[in-house]
Every structure is written in structure tokens, then in C-alpha cells.
Design a protein around this ligand. Structure first.
Ligand code: GH3
Ligand code: MG
Ligand code: MG
Length: 265
């Protein structure tokens, strides 16, 4: 029994593969290369790379078929996916990196505007961290940042939430669909859980433990025309205020904000 050549091709990739075969048969090109998923008896699904080439009737020179040389690309594809995942991570803490956060913020902002939902952000900065490095050394500083990162990661409850290292000793938590109250609650939990962790920092008074200052902002994205940077700016202003008012505290940038509608608070 003859099996159709494209029988195992993944339904999502099939139109692409078929279109290419048609283009070859029409003589639009002599050869082509395509990567697609295919069913496999043992491995369920594999990635295949095929090099396709037209065959021609010896006498008439007319195209009479298409031949393919294929190879299994699954290992390469898996590696590619792993590398893409690694490229989104911060090397020290294992949280998302700044680039990945910027992309997600932009996407979530667009989505929240489209769906008319809220988007919240917490900016978290370790207090007197320069003094921590001075006192305990840079490697201990690195370990401290990893511990802070683990405290943040533990607060991630929903699949869409994102904890990222914003830079240096500064972190961010992106909380889609969270309003000001939800955002504030998570900020509070971060401070409590870091306090319970109890990392000694003799030069950070009065607690003598590692503490963070947190700025939070929540945006109601219904009809919101402001750019997503306005959410960062609001959280950043709140963080600055937390630092100014004595550190080791959470300041929320107001409740659902007027600035989100393009007015400044
Ligand atoms: P503040 O309470 O005002 O935030 O003071 P601070 O000392 O935390 O802030 P400052 O910006 O003066 O210093 C941040 C320090 O964080 C300086 C820098 O050496 C340190 N730092 C940044 N990235 C890393 C890192 O990857 N590892 C370590 N160990 N230290 C880092
Ligand atoms: Mg700091
Ligand atoms: Mg800082």
C-alpha cells in the first residue's frame, strides 16, 4: 500500500509543507529546504529537515515530481529551545533577565489594554547593598542576591506572573491581572518572607538583617493610552519614596492611578 508522502506531517505545519511542494511543482523554484514536525511511531513527534528538489521528465524537461532528502532535527531543535530559554535567564539568580522582562512587560501591557484588565509591578531594591559587599565580600553579596531571588520566586503564584532581575541589586515582579491591593499584598509577603530568611547584615540598621525597599504600582489598562514605561516610572517613584522615608518598607504608587490615563499624578 502506498503511503501519501505528507501523511505524518503535523497538522499545523502541513499547509506550509504543501504550499512548498505546490510551488516546486509549478516550477516557481528548483529546490527548497523546510523544517517541520512529523509523527513518529516510537517518539510521538520529531522535527524533520527536508531538502526538496524537483525531478524532470528526461525527454520533455517537464517537472514530473518532487524528491526529498530528510533528516531528524529533533536533538538540534531541543537544543535550540534550551538555548532560547537560557537566553531569557539571568546567570546569577536564575530569574528572568532584563531583556526578557522588557519583552514581557510590553506584551502584557498590550494584552491588558486589549482586555481592559489591570497590570501591576513591584520594584524591589536591596537596602545598603554596597555596604553588604564591603563588609562580607562580593561572593557573599552574590549569594545574598540569589537568596533574595529565591524569596521573590516563591511569591510567584500564577503562571503569568514574572520575577526578574532588573539590574544589579534591583528586581521586579510583574503581576498581570493584579490590582493595587493584590500587588500590595505580595509586596508585604516578600518583606515578611525575607525577614524570616534572616540574612545577617550588620551595617543595615536598625534590623541588622538584609532588607529591601519596594515600590509598587498598579495600572487600570481600560482605555489607557500611556506607554508601558509609565508603569515602570510610577513603581520607580514609589521605590524612591520608600528609600527616602527610611528604607525597609513598601510604598504603593497610589491606588489605580490617574497617570495611567496619561495625566501625571
Ligand atoms: P540603597 O539602600 O540606597 O539602595 O543603597 P545600595 O548600597 O544598595 O545602592 P547602590 O546603588 O549605592 O549600590 C548597589 C551595589 O550593588 C553596588 C554594587 O557593587 C552592588 N552590586 C550590583 N550587582 C551586583 C552583583 O551581581 N553582585 C554583587 N555582589 N554586588 C552587586
Ligand atoms: Mg540598593
Ligand atoms: Mg539600586
Amino acid at each position: 500500500m502506498k503511503t501519501p508522502a505528507l501523511a505524518g506531517v503535523h497538522p499545523e505545519d502541513l499547509p506550509r509543507v504543501e504550499a512548498m511542494v505546490v510551488a516546486l511543482k509549478r516550477g516557481e523554484m528548483q529546490d527548497a529546504r523546510i523544517v517541520y514536525r512529523s509523527r513518529h511511531r516510537q517518539k510521538k513527534e520529531i522535527w524533520i529537515e527536508s531538502t526538496l528538489r524537483v525531478t524532470k521528465n528526461f525527454d520533455t524537461e517537464e517537472i514530473d515530481g518532487v524528491v526529498a532528502i530528510s533528516r531528524d532535527m529533533t536533538e538540534y531543535k531541543n537544543l535550540e529551545q534550551k538555548l532560547a530559554a537560557l537566553a531569557a535567564l539571568d546567570g546569577l539568580t536564575g530569574l528572568a533577565n532584563r531583556r526578557h522582562f522588557d519583552e514581557r512587560l510590553e506584551n502584557e501591557w498590550v494584552r491588558a489594554r486589549r482586555e481592559g484588565t489591570t497590570l501591576s509591578l513591584l520594584m524591589i531594591d536591596v537596602d545598603h547593598f554596597k555596604k553588604f559587599n564591603d563588609r562580607y565580600g562580593h561572593p557573599a553579596g552574590d549569594a545574598c542576591l540569589r537568596s533574595v531571588a529565591s524569596v521573590l520566586a516563591a511569591q510567584i503564584r500564577r503562571p503569568a506572573d514574572l520575577a526578574a532581575r532588573y539590574g544589579g541589586e534591583e528586581f521586579v515582579l510583574l503581576l498581570p491581572d493584579a490590582d493595587a491591593a493584590g500587588c500590595q499584598q505580595i509586596g508585604k509577603r516578600i518583606r515578611e518572607s525575607l525577614a524570616a530568611f534572616g540574612i545577617v547584615h550588620d551595617l543595615n540598621l536598625p534590623s541588622r538583617q538584609v532588607t529591601v525597599s519596594i515600590g509598587g504600582a498598579a495600572a487600570d489598562c481600560r482605555g489607557n493610552q500611556a506607554p508601558c514605561q509609565s508603569l515602570i516610572a510610577a513603581a520607580d517613584r514609589a521605590l524612591y519614596s520608600a528609600k527616602e522615608n527610611g528604607r525597609d518598607r513598601l510604598v504603593m504608587s497610589g491606588q489605580i492611578m490617574d497617570w495611567a490615563r496619561g495625566k501625571t499624578a
